[in-house]
Design a protein around this ligand. Sequence first.
Ligand code: MN
Length: 255
Amino acid sequence: MSSPAGDAGERRLLDTHCHLDAFPDPLAVLRAATAAGVDVVAVTEDPGSYRLLRTRLGPRTAASLALGFHPLRVGSLTPHDLARFLRLQPQVTWIGEIGLDFSPAGAPTKKQQLRAFDAILAEPIVARRPVTVHSRGAQDTVISRLARAQVPAILHWFTGSTRALHDAVEAGLWFSVNRAMTRSAKGTALLRRLPRDRVLLETDGPYCLDSGRPFAPVDLGRVVEDLALIWGEPRDYVRATICDNQDRLLARCGP
Ligand code: MN
């Protein structure tokens, strides 16, 4: 028996940023999502975990696997890992989580992060793949780098200033929205200003919490309900808008 959201004819939502490998049972999380009409992009933090997850999920998995190089992992990764990332990059369908983090947690590795991010953006393939990008404390640098490389990436859990938002829109970037954003005053204010044709969804599960529990892709529809309230629009309008956006993003990123 399928849930209402999984009924034939209903368009599927896409969780563009989920740390599937950080859930205790990734396969169960994926099965529940698939049955509920939610497709999942499983981001990774380095090429080693990408390969592990690929093996674990198997060749016919319903998930889209994303090859990552997380800014907060850069300190423990080597030039060999970066070379491995660049070698794998042409074969993958999604890229992420990549990006920069200049918050206190990331500040000590700022130089290494920039070196890795620039090396990744220098490969032409990255402009032809959907890319999900982390930008905490580094929004201006991330946006200007993506604009220069002409990579129309998705800014995940964006929390930048109004000016940064303007620059990101000018650069053709997308925004993936999670439940922490729809449930906070700052996030809600930002969501009212986002161009609706650039909005996508994410859970950032299990790191993003929903009422104290890890937010899982099976519940992604809750973000649609939140957005309907914030935008003051019917739920069906929000869902159709998001689905149109997903289609445009993926159509742009052909083979
Ligand atoms: Mn993440």
